[in-house]
Design a protein around this ligand. Sequence first.
Ligand code: C5P
Length: 403
Amino acid sequence: MANLTGKKILLGVTGSIAAYKAAFLVRLLIKAGAEVQVLMTKAGGSFISPLTLSTLSKRPVHTDISSEESWNNHVEMGLWADAMVIAPLTASSLAKMACGISDNVIAATYLSARCPVFFAPAMDLDMWQHPATQENVRRLQSYGNHLIPVGHGELASGLVGEGRMAEPEEIVAMLSRFWEKEQSLAGKKVMITAGPTYEPIDPVRFIGNRSSGKMGIALADAAARRGAEVSLILGPSRLSPQEKRVQSIPVQTADEMYQAARKAFQDADIVILSAAVADYRPRETATQKIKKTGDTLQMELVKTPDIAAALGREKRTGQLLVGFALETENELANAQSKLEKKNFDLIVLNSLQDAGAGFNYDTNKITILGKDNKIRKFELKSKQAVAEDILDEVEALRGGGDS
Ligand code: C5P
């Protein structure tokens, strides 16, 4: 049962057909104990009447920054709220928020809000998939805002695909979980490895892989939001964590990652190894750029340290070790054997065979295996939502005292 007792929520409703769901959303928020102040764009008002929402929320709905009688102080509203939720969020309002345009009451309040912001996009399949929309979603997320993932199904246009606004029940549950989890890892030290490693061949070339670091960064941010002190040992990545409580330790090579991990491991309570570490590195790194001479080039590679296996051997009672496995065949059996060999408590399996899962995608589809042959399969979700699932499993294991 969702509990939002005493939470002050600003609900922004923009002009999408999904605006009719805002009525259900307001009812559910109020039922869960929240105070709700509705803000609407003019287009939002064409889809659902402000009177409906003001009756349900028991507060006047603001549709403009100022009216003939009064000025709605968006700065004050932004400070009043414990959370701002924009549902539904159209492609156009999304773009405004991503660019900092403040020409309506929702966009202006968004810019003033200091509270966590959740946004639930709703639009047609092609609008959702357009690179401009996807870039805007990424931008909002990079500002620390929380995406409420779109659903898959029939759209108002008759097309079938992604773009449906999340159901009001899911939105309320996500908000409730957000506050529930807020401090569930307070006082805990979490160490995470993420990203690829680059093993230098010469001053300009390296052996690397396609890992973006997204999954590990999402885990670091999620653990920090739950109150943990997080050390993120991050291989070369374009991305970086959003949460201030994440301490990033940048590394390049497997050897550097190994050294940093050994150090942070000493006082870590929870260790999550999501990095795609190179298994081999060139024996020698040329000091000058290697010239194109013969038709073939031989290079001797040597094994890099297996960080996971080393930490698995050193693991103390009370420390919890979580590994990842990216498999292309015999997935479950390979993941199971890695779990045992590396002394993991949990292993997260993601398969390259699942569309939308793995390297560089914003989504992932995972299976979590535990020591007791427990297998939990999850749906395709945003990497942020996957990070929450992984931490839920970790916390459940800690709660059970089985580490
Ligand atoms: O053996 P494999 O590379 O598939 O194992 C994957 C797991 O081991 C991941 O959790 C990965 O981060 C970790 N690993 C590591 N050091 C290595 C290789 C893998 O920590 N050198």
